[in-house]
Design a protein around this ligand. Structure first.
Ligand SMILES: C[S@@+](CC[C@H](N)C(=O)[O-])C[C@H]1O[C@@H](n2cnc3c(N)ncnc32)[C@H](O)[C@@H]1O
Length: 250
């Protein structure tokens, strides 16, 4: 019990109080995550909504019923998405886990060691914007709550596009705000939502944007899009908008 409270307090301290330091993006990520790695999964399960919905939406697509596939999880963190895949993880021959944070990748490594899967799992400490396994090599690419943390997110999407095979699937779940003038199916958010959440999350170098979804929708064919509001731990009245989007490269 004491351990849980300690991990929770450490996570909270790093989220709300401790300043993020570092000269490079990687150093800043490590300064943010190093003290949270232990409590990361438990805290983020209550903050990062829709990750299971994204995995479920991907699994509903017929392209992913076969074997021998390649999955790249970009900004994988602790690789919790591998657990969320359940038995469907066995359809992959190769899984590439990519993240710049050494501390979170260490947790991912331990997760894979304690739950071995059929696939060969590659752990890459790398920038998503530089990572490349070659054109058309991936069957599935996922970004779960990583796009809002990647400064050059448009470059990350372009890289993902190139690595995905035609017909391959891409799943993204993340926070968002609507543009000032939204059109269906993107819900219209008021001034407060559009101003408050980007400002609040930017303190932790999380850049909530109205532009991610339109860019994804213009680059890929949309298979499914759901938007919703998620709770924030310890802030009972607050609700932050997030989306679950699955697309296909045509
Ligand atoms: C909020 S966490 C989400 C982690 C995991 N996908 C999940 O759903 O729990 C965002 C992750 O993106 C990683 N990240 C941010 N920018 C990155 C970049 N340019 N290249 C690789 N990883 C990056 C962070 O280190 C962090 O692990």
């Amino acid at each position: 019990m004491f351990e849980i409270i300690r991990a929770e307090a450490q996570t909270f301290w790093h989220l709300l109080v401790s300043p993020v330091r570092g000269e490079t993006h990687q150093q800043r990520l490590e300064s943010f995550y190093a003290g949270q790695a232990r409590g990361y999964d438990s805290f983020r399960r209550r903050l990062l909504h829709g990750r299971q919905a994204m995995i479920d939406a991907i699994q509903k697509q017929p392209q992913h019923s076969g074997g021998g596939q390649v999955w790249i999880d970009l900004g994988c963190g602790t690789a919790e998405n591998m657990d969320r895949m359940g038995d469907a993880v066995n359809q992959f021959d190769q899984i590439h886990l990519v993240d710049l944070s050494q501390s979170l990748m260490e947790v991912a490594r331990r997760r894979v060691e304690s739950n071995p899967v059929k696939a060969t799992v590659h752990h890459h400490i790398a920038d998503v914007c530089e990572f490349d396994i070659g054109p058309g090599q991936a069957d599935l690419i996922t970004f779960s709550y990583s796009l809002t943390m990647i400064p050059h997110w448009f470059r990350a999407i372009e890289r993902a596009y190139k690595q995905l095979r035609p017909g391959g699937m891409i799943g993204v779940v993340d926070f968002f705000v609507s543009p000032k003038y939204a059109s269906s199916p993107i819900p219209q958010h008021g001034w407060f939502t559009r101003t408050f959440w980007p400002t609040w999350f930017a303190m932790d170098n999380v850049y909530i944007s109205p532009d991610h979804l339109p860019m994804l929708q213009s680059r890929f064919e949309t298979v499914t899009l759901q938007t919703s509001l998620g709770k924030i731990p310890y802030l009972p009245l607050a609700r932050v908008p997030y989306y679950v989007w699955v697309g296909r490269k045509i």
